[in-house]
Design a binder for this molecule. Sequence first.
Ligand code: DX5
Ligand code: ZN
Length: 221
Amino acid sequence: MTDYLIAPSILSADFARLGEEVDNVLSAGADWVHFDVMDNHYVPNLTIGPMVCQALRNHGVTAPIDVHLMVEPVDELVPQFANAGATMISFHPEASRHVDRTLQLIKNEGCQAGLVLNPATPLSVLDWVIDKVDMVLLMSVNPGFGGQSFIEHVKQKISDTRAVIDASGRAIRLEVDGGVKANNIGELAALGADTFVAGSAIFNADDYAQVIRDMRANIAA
Ligand code: DX5
Ligand code: ZN
């Protein structure tokens, strides 16, 4: 039985009340905190870094923190995020000169390692690193902003990635990020995704718990 996880993206949270927002979304039933790091270089937006991750830990957040690095270069930030309490660290292969080395670095720092595939990035980037990957994160929007529409061709990619993961025989999570809502999450789960990032769908709602309940109900349906 698949264990489905919901990872709200704090990109759409109220940053002026971040600790409270994270507490609220976790008590509303979220499993992970999805932490989007943007550098105005790899992506055209600028967000938060390791100090904010540490601040959430100091605030008392014990849930897994799923750090999504949209930065270039990557490696300098890996030990900083590991020290700041990241649970998993994912990066885009285009942003690292040595993908195998970066994956190894993340593992050596004691975190789980994820590789993020943009909508146009081929699955072949997984070919020689699948044994080092704990999670594949499929972007279903182009990275940089919350609130964009789900790109339809990523549905085929989810089922293709599911086949690659199953063939590997390893327990690799398949996470989808971008445009995930209560009304498409069931289909994404049926295609083989097991971990769902949702930013605007949760944080723009009045009742976080209701959205998360609807999402779980639609996954199960
Ligand atoms: C986009 C980020 C996403 C974003 C998702 O670059 O990686 O995590 O916050 O936002 P929604 O769920 O609103 O598409
Ligand atoms: Zn993200």
